[in-house]
Design a protein around this ligand. Structure first.
Ligand code: AR6
Length: 343
């Protein structure tokens, strides 16, 4: 997955480059800067002294020394004042410059902390949004795996309003689905386990209802050849068809889905490829499929959207609200402790 949000100490990341949230002197400080200098050893400071500082919104690169990465990119984020002093532009520029430096040094994997969101006071949710938007945009044009490393969970918070809306949506759908489902199933078992003559007056109709509600058996094919000839369009075929219908290129689709190019090639070359459920959902979101189409695509891969599962309800919420931003959806999934989509 080209963009991943992980919880870790950035000094432990085994990537080509990690990004430091530095200050314009580049001579070290507290926060993540202090951690990186301590883990890299004094040679890092020696090299930093030769760089002559760095202006806010920009970045410079050094070796990684005792860190498990090859390079450290020192980015200088803005101090938060009130949001009206060009803070977002400067922060975006930090991410862009760092990504361009990483590209120039042929880095395939890069890890960022949430620049400016600690000592410099940038509100964490806005810092995260700026990071996700800027990195997401860069990844539409470049092949790289980028990690946003967050230290404390509270950094990864969707807005309170969105959180409450989704929570309410989950409550409505989760509870309703469970009650409905359980009642029907137990009613079905009760009625089917007793002889018809024991049914209470009027229950004949209930049996019919319950039988209709029960899963129906598929029509049996006469021979194996018959059965095989009934094979439907596969997941991979549906995906490629939808990409054509949407007049997208393959790259536009897999990048928007936050899916790795290699994984996409596998899917493309194997018509019976069996994807994971989050991968199918990532493509459904990238293709902006309706709820019906999403369900159809899931079914082709052997999955369904269930009302007994928070992950599924959150996905349904976003599709129903016409919000197909994979990064925002992942923020919401993360906030509700669900696995993320893509990859
Ligand atoms: N790994 C990942 N993230 C971390 C780590 C770590 N080891 N340690 C802290 N964070 P900050 P800033 C998170 O204060 O706001 C320094 O003195 C932390 O939770 O390190 O850009 C510099 O020299 C927060 O979300 O950087 C500058 O003077 C994020 O990293 C000034 O601080 C950034 O917090 C820069 O302030």
């Amino acid at each position: 997955m080209p963009l991943q949000i992980v919880r870790n100490d950035i000094t432990k990341m085994k990537v080509d480059a990690i990004v430091n949230a530095a200050n314009s002197s580049l001579l070290g400080g507290g926060g993540v800067d202090g951690c990186i200098h301590r883990a890299a050893g004094p040679e890092l400071l020696d090299e930093c002294r030769k760089l002559g500082g760095c202006r806010t919104g920009s970045a410079k690169i050094t070796g990684g020394y005792r860190l498990p990465c090859k390079y450290v990119i020192h980015a200088v984020g803005p101090r938060w004042q009130d949001g009206k002093h060009g803070e977002r532009e400067l922060l975006v520029s930090c991410y862009r410059t760092s990504l361009e430096l990483a590209k120039e040094y042929d880095c395939e994997t890069v890890a960022f902390p949430l620049i400016s969101s600690g000592i410099y006071g940038y509100p964490k949710d806005r810092a995260l949004k700026a990071a996700v938007d800027t990195i997401g945009e860069f990844l539409l044009e470049h092949d790289m795996t980028v990690y946003i490393v967050i230290f404390d969970r509270s950094a990864y918070r969707i807005s309170q309003k969105l959180f409450s809306d989704i929570e309410e949506y989950i409550d409505d759908h989760y509870v309703a689905a469970h009650t409905d489902h359980t009642d029907r199933r137990s009613e079905y078992s009760r009625l089917m386990s007793m002889p018809a003559e024991n049914h209470l007056p009027g229950e004949e109709n209930k049996v019919t209802e319950a039988v209709y509600a029960a899963p129906s058996a598929p029509r049996a094919a006469k021979t194996l050849d018959d059965a095989l000839s009934q094979i439907d369009e596969s997941f991979s075929e549906m995906l490629l068809r939808k990409i054509d219908e949407r007049k997208m290129t393959d790259a536009q689709c897999y990048k928007k889905a936050n899916i790795d190019r290699k994984l996409f090639s596998k899917i493309r070359s194997d018509r019976l490829y069996k994807p994971s459920k989050p991968t199918v959902i990532a493509f459904a979101i990238a293709l902006e499929l309706s709820l019906e189409e999403t369900k159809e695509m899931l079914m082709k891969a052997g999955f369904a959207l269930s009302r007994s599962n928070k992950f599924d309800i959150i996905i349904e919420y976003f599709i129903e609200h016409g919000n197909y931003n994979v990064f925002e959806i992942n923020e919401a999934l993360f906030a509700f402790d669900q696995s993320l989509i893509g990859g």
